[in-house]
Each structure stands twice: as structure tokens, then as C-alpha cells.
Design a binder for this molecule. Structure first.
Ligand code: CTP
Ligand SMILES: C[C@](O)(CO)[C@H](O)COP(=O)(O)O
Length: 243
């Protein structure tokens, strides 16, 4: 069930340094359209009445507002780190969101997120006071390395999960958590880490393995393959039906 008040935050103010393209990766072409367009469309299909806050670099010359399918949305100035971009969006909501409203944060760089996962995340969280995130158990042997790339240890993978997005928390809790992390100078790479720093335990919601974060050059063609497989499975429109 989709809650009445659902705020979506999409951090899209990154530079895509590891991708190394001629523009930030959210504007690179994937199956004929910018990555950002795919991501926003998947979110809109799952949560059509949500209100979107889209974090963009203040000097972003590539963005086109016509790409946003949401009726209610606002552009937010991104910050220097992902957490700063998200916190800027939370600040903008200060006089609009209630402390108990759900806020769902999803990287623009994850356009392959499946509709089933978007649905299940909210179903599971309906029973959860703290909130949680899509995640998948680590499936490989984990090595620790030194600065020269030599193995120093094999780590247990017992209980290790990959953190994905969306991550969803109540507005008041998430805002306090990210503020707290900033005040203490703690660098957090996702929302859950900030919540954990308060001594709380976010719920891990097992996700499909195809929620790739486009990060490196080869990820674009991988994402195109994932789209094709998902379209064959159904529930996701095929490239030929995309306008
Ligand atoms: N100051 C920042 C940095 C990142 N992001 C967003 O956070 C998400 C995850 O970040 P990442 O994959 O690291 O993207 P980039 O920062 O663009 O990539 P890189 O680290 O390679 O530069 C992306 O959707 C990115 O646009 C953001 O909104 N504001
Ligand atoms: C939030 C995130 O997608 C969880 O895996 C990820 O941490 C964001 O990427 P970054 O490279 O840490 O900015």
C-alpha cells in the first residue's frame, strides 16, 4: 500500500567522475534516453502521486524540466556530497512534511530498479517503525587489501549485505539523523548509516540483483541488457514502447 503522503528525493547532483563521460552520467544515453529520464519514469509508475524533490547541481546545463513526469515536484540545489544534497531537500520540506511522513530516497544512477522492489519496500516498511532499504546479501568471497592491491585478509561475508536504494525513513527521524551526522563531522554514504549512528537498526528488504548503480563505463551497456531482460519478463515496458 502506498502511503498518503510520500516524499521522493532523487539525488542527481553528482559529477560522475568514475564514469568519466563528457557529461554527468545521469545525462548519458541509455536505450536512447538520458539515464535520469528512465529513473524518474520508474519511480513515477510506482508512485504516481508522490511529490518529488530533484537535487541537481546549481550550475547544471543539461537538465530539461520536460523530463519530469511528476505533477508535484521541485528542483533543489545539490550539495558537495550526496548526503548534503539529500539534506538540502529535507530542509526544503521543513514547512511541508509532517514528522511521520515517509521520505523515500533513490539515486538517479539506479535506473534499473524493478517495480516489484519499489512496491515491496513500502509493503514491508508499513510494519516497520524505523524504516529501511533495499539490499542484497553479498554473494562473493570478500578480501581486504593493502594499498598495493595485495590481499591482507579474507573477511567473513556472514551477515554482509549490499546497500541499495530506495531507502525510506520517516521525515523527522531522517532529518535529525543527517543533521546529527553533519554536526559530528561523520561522512555518511547513505541514509541508513545516519539512522544507524542514532543506535537504530534499519530493516533490510531483500531486493532483486539487477538494481545496478551506474558507476563505471561498462555499467551503461549492462543496464541496457538489464532493461531488455526485464522487458522480456514483463511489468517493465520494452525499449520499443518507450516514447
Ligand atoms: N554531491 C552529490 C554527489 C552525488 N549525488 C548523487 O548521489 C548518487 C550516488 O552517487 P554516485 O554514484 O557516487 O554518483 P557521482 O557522485 O555522480 O559519481 P562519482 O562518485 O563517480 O563522481 C547519484 O545519483 C549522484 O547524482 C548528489 O546528488 N550530490
Ligand atoms: C547510496 C548508495 O547507492 C548505496 O549503495 C551508494 O552508497 C551511493 O554511492 P556512493 O558512491 O557511495 O556515493
Amino acid at each position: 500500500m502506498i502511503p498518503e503522503a510520500l516524499w521522493l528525493i532523487v539525488p542527481a547532483a553528482g559529477q560522475g567522475r568514475r564514469m568519466g563521460g563528457d557529461r554527468p552520467k545521469q545525462y548519458l544515453s541509455l536505450a536512447g534516453r538520458p539515464v535520469l529520464v528512465h529513473t524518474l519514469e520508474r519511480l513515477h509508475r510506482a508512485y504516481p502521486r508522490a511529490s518529488l524533490r530533484l537535487c541537481l547541481a546549481p550550475d547544471d546545463p543539461w537538465f530539461d524540466p520536460a523530463w519530469v513526469p511528476f505533477e508535484r515536484w521541485q528542483r533543489i540545489a545539490g550539495g558537495s556530497e550526496r548526503a548534503d544534497s539529500v539534506l538540502n531537500a529535507l530542509e526544503e520540506l521543513a514547512n511541508r512534511a509532517a514528522a511521520d511522513d515517509w521520505v523515500l530516497v533513490h539515486d538517479v544512477a539506479r535506473p534499473c530498479v524493478h517495480p516489484d522492489d519499489l512496491q515491496r519496500l513500502l509493503e514491508v516498511l508499513a510494519e516497520e517503525p524505523v524504516g529501511g532499504l533495499l539490499a542484497m546479501p553479498v554473494a562473493d568471497t570478500m578480501k581486504r587489501a593493502d594499498a598495493r592491491g595485495r590481499v591482507t585478509a579474507t573477511e567473513s561475508r556472514e551477515g554482509l549485505w549490499h546497500a541499495l536504494t530506495p531507502q525510506a525513513f520517516r521525515y523527522g527521524l531522517l532529518r535529525d539523523a543527517l543533521h546529527g551526522a553533519r554536526e559530528r563531522g561523520v561522512r555518511v554514504t547513505d541514509e541508513a548509516s545516519a539512522i544507524e549512528a542514532l543506535g537504530l537498526a534499519p530493516r533490510l528488504v531483500p531486493a532483486r540483483r539487477d538494481n545496478l548503480k551506474i558507476t563505471h563505463p561498462e555499467d551503461l551497456s549492462l543496464a541496457a541488457r538489464i532493461f531488455a531482460v526485464q522487458a522480456e519478463e514483463g511489468k517493465v515496458p520494452g525499449a520499443e514502447t518507450i516514447p
